[in-house]
Design a protein around this ligand. Structure first.
Ligand code: ATP
Ligand code: MG
Length: 412
């Protein structure tokens, strides 16, 4: 087939970014380079208008798979690149549709031309008519169908080069990770917080993670899950760190201090206090949680407000209005569901009272907290934190050993 294989990546929202667009594009390309690590061959990246072109000595299918994990591209299309001359474009169009036809039955085709270089001698519509006619001659038995084609050849003409594509995968869209700053995600082993993290990443936040476990009173199963989840999420960003903090003894102190029905809210407040202090060290400007309003007793408005009051940073809750089934469906799409479903010993159920309050009153929670040396406690929790780097070992494909096959692919 004539032309060189490459991949066309359509930019998402950075389109709208006006004067700062180049900064967003640079960030997007940095993230793409990270996603391409270990592909096993050299690659190149080039920008055309609102499009990134990716190529290299690597199978196109591999490039497509990696690019679909990068947040900020609306679509990912395998393409062929030819010089912007009438002959080269015509030959490549015929070759492309002939190859498709040889692979499968095509009931009707259409050609769509976008002329980004207005200096090209034919207008888009004349070019479409020209290419349509040549393909019909060159690939007998392939009818034109402009109203409902089952294959559309898209021809994008730039000044020097033209790109032909006929297959398009949805990308992860959103803003390039890192373009909105840094956040610290409170990552449990459940369905919700990884989905919340992914949403935060799609709004441009690069994420580190903190997981609290019930050690020394629980086994490490929740830590393994948090690690696997963070590794999965790190496929979509320059890898963030996972901080693991043993909360068991502090939970016991709260229980001894008489937290009673306030135990879960008091624990949650301790988590966000500790996370706020940690965020000051990691440079995070916000915390992210997987709360969804009213999902469980600890997530009533009063309890969420009591938690916010203990945080010294904004607490972002991307899933606040989601219903559980939507969250589970999204977890399947982004590849975290298979990990979240595994059993674990969660620190939240440790010492949880039989009935949790749905309406925490601040004076009562504060009275419990006053019986503890909070500052010292937080200092010691942070001093004992373990810092893990999930995903950084995955420099080569062999080392990746994915727990979940789907990866962070977009739906569709
Ligand atoms: P998830 O499915 O994310 O575990 P959940 O439905 O179990 O959420 P909760 O247990 O009330 O809900 O937790 C609400 C949020 O608090 C979680 O989404 C997460 O952000 C945070 N959180 C809860 N437990 C932990 C933990 N052990 N470590 C870190 N963050 C936690
Ligand atoms: Mg939970």
């Amino acid at each position: 087939m004539s032309g060189t294989d490459c991949v066309l990546l359509k930019h998402g929202e950075i389109f709208l970014k006006g004067r700062n667009r180049h900064l967003f594009t640079e960030r997007l390309h940095d993230n793409l380079r990270v996603a391409l690590r270990g592909v096993g061959g050299s690659t190149w990246i080039k920008t055309a208008q609102n499009v990134t072109v990716l190529g290299g000595q690597v199978p196109v299918a591999t490039l497509v798979e990696r690019a679909r994990q990068v947040i900020g591209f609306n679509s990912v299309a395998p393409a062929v690149r030819v010089p912007s001359t009438l002959d080269a474009i015509t030959d490549a169009s015929v070759d492309a549709l002939r190859a498709v036809r040889a692979e499968r039955r095509v009931r009707g085709f259409a050609v769509r031309v976008k002329r980004r270089d207005k200096g090209f001698p034919l207008t888009s519509s004349r070019m479409e008519a020209h290419l349509g006619a040549r393909v019909r001659e060159g690939v007998p038995g392939l009818p034109v169908d402009l109203s409902a084609p089952d294959i559309t050849l898209t021809v994008e003409i730039d000044r020097k080069e033209t790109y032909l594509s006929w297959e398009r995968h949805p990308g992860l869209s959103g803003l390039p990770v890192g373009s909105s700053g840094r956040a610290l995600v409170l990552l449990s082993g459940g369905y919700d917080s990884p989905v919340a993290a992914h949403r935060a990443m799609r709004r441009g936040l690069s994420c580190d993670f903190v997981h609290f476990n019930g050690a020394p009173y629980t086994n490490p199963s929740s830590v393994y899950k948090a690690y696997a989840l963070a590794r999965e999420l790190n496929r979509c960003q320059p890898p963030g760190a996972l901080h693991v903090i043993a909360l068991g003894k502090a939970q016991k102190q709260l229980a001894v201090a008489g937290a009673g029905r306030l135990q879960v809210v008091a624990q949650r407040r301790l988590m966000v206090r500790t996370a706020s202090a940690l965020a000051a060290r990691t440079g995070a400007q916000a915390l992210v949680t997987g709360d969804s309003l009213g999902q469980v007793a600890s997530q009533t408005l009063a309890n969420l407000a009591a938690v916010d009051e203990a945080a010294s940073l904004p607490v972002l809750r991307p899933l606040i209005g989601w219903v559980k089934q939507e969250i589970i469906d999204e977890a399947r799409t982004i590849g975290t569901a298979g990990i979240s479903v595994l059993p674990d010993e969660d620190c939240c159920t440790l010492l949880a009272p039989p009935r949790v309050t749905t309406r925490a009153r601040l004076p009562q929670v504060r009275a419990v907290e006053r019986r503890l040396e909070l500052d010292e406690l937080i200092e010691s929790l942070l001093a004992g934190a373990q810092v893990l780097r999930p995903g950084e070992e995955a420099e080569t494909p062999e080392a990746e050993a994915p727990m979940v096959e789907a990866g962070c692919q977009a739906a569709g």
